[in-house]
Design a protein around this ligand. Structure first.
Ligand SMILES: [Fe+2]
Length: 259
């Protein structure tokens, strides 16, 4: 798939991450930007949310260093959900989901493992507890993964998921969405989130999205249509950029000679 410079991206990261160079304590999370743990409109948060104030702990080397992922971990079709389940094409609207992973200092994050899971085109998950009426697609598994390249870029090919109802209010529906898990170069950067699609009328009606206090922050979870990356006669594209926690790195110029 060509990027904005015309380079064709076939797979993610192929080198070895500079894990040690990237070490450093992580910035404190800004909880003003995250979903509220207690949000009665999203019923299960009532039982899940902590009843006592959280304690803030200084990070240690355990949180500041973390997993190292390499290109060799991936199979050829891991980032192609349109055919990675049986080898036959899945049913639905073919799309590309792509973007860049940076930290909050806008530094590209390479070697980051991105895992995705989603419902099929009818809004049904391949999970034994999903009893929705929509049928399973025998050729759609709904899971994929890839690793970011040197510029922090990633790309998936998949089927646009359908909306589905869920037992919360009397008639609540989830907008079409893709679940993301992102492992940076420190366990403290782990991020689990969801991506939505521009123009979906269910977005402002979703009780889960409503747990994010600032609507402007919630908008960052909505991927715009990206016709520049669409493949003619093949797939539309959506762009979803991801920001992980940054590190308080000392600049190179301030390091003592020989250290
Ligand atoms: Fe979901």
């Amino acid at each position: 798939m060509p990027d904005e410079t015309g380079t064709r991206i076939t797979r993610g990261y192929t080198g070895y991450p500079e894990t040690h160079a990237a070490m450093g304590s992580l910035y404190q999370r800004d909880f003003g930007q995250h979903p509220l743990p207690y949000s009665p409109g999203y019923k299960t948060t009532v039982a899940r949310s902590p009843s006592l104030p959280l304690l803030s702990m200084p990070s240690t080397i355990t949180e500041e260093t973390g997993p190292v992922f390499g290109h060799e971990m991936l199979a050829d079709l891991d980032n192609d959900l349109t055919c990675n389940f049986t080898g036959r094409p899945a049913i639905g609207e073919r799309i590309i989901v792509h973007g860049r992973v940076t930290d909050q200092e806008r530094r590209p994050q390479r070697g980051v493992l991105i895992e995705v899971w989603q419902a099929n085109a009818g809004g049904r998950y391949r999970h034994r507890k999903d009893g929705y009426l929509a049928p399973l697609d025998p050729d759609f598994g709904g899971c994929g993964r890839c690793i970011t390249d040197d510029e922090g870029r990633y790309e998936f090919h998949t089927i646009k998921p359908g909306a589905y109802p869920w037992p919360n209010g009397t008639n609540d529906w989830r907008p079409a969405h893709i679940h993301f898990s992102i492992f940076g170069t420190g366990f403290g950067q782990r991020l689990i989130t969801q991506m939505y699609f521009e123009g979906d009328p269910l977005i402002p009606r979703c009780p889960i999205i409503a747990t994010i206090p600032d609507p402007k922050v919630a908008e960052r979870l909505v991927a715009p249509l990206d016709m520049a990356m669409a493949m003619p006669m093949d797939s539309l594209a959506y762009r979803f950029d991801i920001v992980l926690r940054g590190r308080r790195q000392t600049t190179f110029e301030n390091r003592m000679e020989g250290l």
